[in-house]
Design a protein around this ligand. Structure first.
Ligand SMILES: C[S@@+](CC[C@H](N)C(=O)[O-])C[C@H]1O[C@@H](n2cnc3c(N)ncnc32)[C@H](O)[C@@H]1O
Length: 275
């Protein structure tokens, strides 16, 4: 949701609570608004880019595990080319995704700990990785990705923020459907303490039901902003050959089209005898 950020000079702390990912109202009782708040169409460009990166793996990529798949908005643009298994903590978000992606396998679970007992050609951890705010938890998520990535496969991590590139900002978005429902948000991002690994986003959601009833919800989310050094060290520590791909650099492969994410960390799980 942070694609439309712009710098602002001052901050007003809002009333919302800062909780953990499993407690945020956005992913619980407000989950049905996700398709309007952050429409799936907005993920097409980035998904196209990520598909190209998956294709650059040492093995043909057919099966992908998406950890923290949310409403399945990224996944929806990948199903034409790949078979996806979607994992999320929130039963409500999985229900939203099932509507959009009926052909995908859905599993409820925590990306820090889940073990599906099988391997995939590729693993994707898109913006759900933002909800990892400690190095210990990030190590666990990367461990989950490694445990499910077959030799020759590739894992992609797409955090919205890194310590080096974070800038306070504001933005917003939203959409309406044919029934008259409207869901929109405004966001303000700030860093309460640059010495730690997380930043804070203050959200305001304006949700208009088809009968005209409007609710306004304030909620503060705590999101990770790790340095590239932490990312690369943890990826290597898990057994991946790490690669960082930040916004200013060239595409990692010639065959990647689409919209390059602001931050992309790759983990190559090399076959035995390589790298
Ligand atoms: C911004 S949404 C993801 C949206 C998604 N990229 C999409 O395409 O719709 C973040 C998601 O991360 C999930 N999440 C946060 N922490 C998680 C964890 N530890 N394990 C699994 N899912 C988690 C939340 O439940 C939420 O659905």
């Amino acid at each position: 949701m942070s694609a439309v950020a712009e710098a602002v000079g001052s901050w007003v702390k809002m009333d919302g609570m800062t909780g953990t990912a499993g407690e945020y109202r956005l992913y619980r009782e407000l989950a049905g608004w996700w398709p309007l708040i952050s429409p799936a169409g907005g993920y097409a460009g980035e998904a196209a880019y990520l598909a190209g990166v998956f294709r650059s793996a040492d093995v043909p990529v057919r099966e992908i595990l998406d950890l923290g798949s949310g409403g399945g908005h990224v996944a929806a643009h990948l199903t034409e080319h790949f078979a996806l298994t979607l994992v999320d903590l929130s039963a409500e978000m999985l229900a939203v995704s099932r509507q959009l992606n009926p052909g995908c396998t859905h599993r409820q679970g925590d990306m820090r700990a889940i073990r599906l007992g099988r391997l995939f050609d590729g693993v994707l951890v898109h913006d759900a990785v933002d909800y990892v705010t400690s190095e210990a938890d990030l190590r666990q998520v990367i461990g989950t990705a490694f445990a499910h990535c077959r030799p020759g496969g590739i894992a992609l991590f797409v955090p919205d923020y890194t310590a080096e590139t974070f800038k306070p900002g504001s933005g917003g978005g939203g959409s309406a459907d044919e029934t008259g429902r409207q869901g929109s948000f405004r966001e303000w991002t700030w860093d309460p303490d640059p010495a730690d690994d997380w930043i804070q986003v203050e959200y305001e959601f304006v949700l208009r039901a088809a009968d005209g009833t409007v609710q306004v919800v304030h909620e503060a989310h705590r999101l990770g902003a790790f340095s590239s050094e932490v990312w690369l060290r943890l990826l290597a520590g898990a057994g991946f050959e790490p690669e960082v791909h930040a916004g200013a650099g060239p595409p990692p492969r010639q065959d990647t089209a689409g919209e390059m994410p602001a931050n992309l960390f790759l983990g190559h799980r090399r076959k035995c005898g390589r790298g």
